[in-house]
Write a protein that binds this ligand. Structure first.
Ligand code: HEC
Ligand code: HEC
Ligand code: HEC
Length: 131
């Protein structure tokens, strides 16, 4: 009988520890959910399959840049035969939307903030895409 307060106390400590992640996130106003990305309306495909884009878009952009700046390669033929202009703002952001980049993040920036990366591209590539 005299163990009752001890057991109860132990239970409370146990519950507090087990639910820690839940109320910690609630208190900090953060969440462990992945970022909610806003995809372009009415578009189905990216310039490469989405699984590739998720992991390798930075490499693709570097290839685009080096091709354009060093070899004047200005068009890109995609896996599905479609061709695109090689341009960070006029192609990627024209489709993904003005809100996509850093600062007004609902795509690139939203994911980069979550992942803790800060690409410096926008320092220069800050012209408005067409849309
Ligand atoms: C110091 C300024 C500067 C920074 C920072 C910069 N760029 Fe560029 N970028 C340029 C200039 C200038 C060109 C040449 C424009 C042209 O010839 O059309 C260019 C061209 C490009 C092109 C091909 C043409 C186009 O319109 O997109 C790509 C793609 C590109 N850069 C990607 C990137 C990426 C990705 C980053 C970040 C990792 C980046 N750049 C950072 C200045 C910059
Ligand atoms: C014509 C429209 C269009 C263009 C141009 C385009 N995208 Fe996309 N992008 C999409 C669509 C639509 C999806 C979602 C595809 C899906 O879910 O199957 C997507 C997906 C992505 C993803 C993966 C998002 C996720 O769900 O994790 C990344 C990263 C991405 N794009 C980056 C880029 C970059 C960088 C460029 C330029 C090199 C670019 N996109 C050009 C339409 C486009
Ligand atoms: C699904 C999440 C996601 C989306 C959406 C996304 N990125 Fe990224 N991006 C990342 C991650 C994660 C890294 C860091 C990868 C690493 O360091 O290996 C990264 C890195 C980069 C880099 C290299 C930065 C550097 O300094 O090395 C560039 C450039 C870049 N992203 C451009 C873009 C552009 C442009 C868009 C929007 C059109 C975009 N990303 C959308 C997740 C994303």
């Amino acid at each position: 009988m005299r163990d009752r307060p001890l057991i109860l106390g132990g239970l409370i400590v146990f519950l507090a520890l087990v639910t820690f992640p839940v109320w910690y996130n609630a208190a900090a106003g953060t969440s462990s959910r992945p970022p909610q990305l806003k995809l372009p309306a009415g578009q189905k495909e990216c310039v490469a399959p989405v699984a590739f884009m998720k992991t390798s878009h930075m490499q693709l952009l570097i290839d685009w840049r080096e091709g354009a700046v060093r070899n004047n390669v200005r068009t890109f033929t995609a896996y599905n035969g479609k061709t695109y202009n090689v341009s960070l703002t006029n192609t990627c952001l024209d489709c993904h939307g003005v809100q996509a980049r850093a600062g007004q993040a609902d795509f690139c920036g939203r994911c980069h903030d979550y992942a803790g990366v800060t690409p410096k591209c926008w320092n220069c590539h800050n012209d408005r895409p067409r849309n």
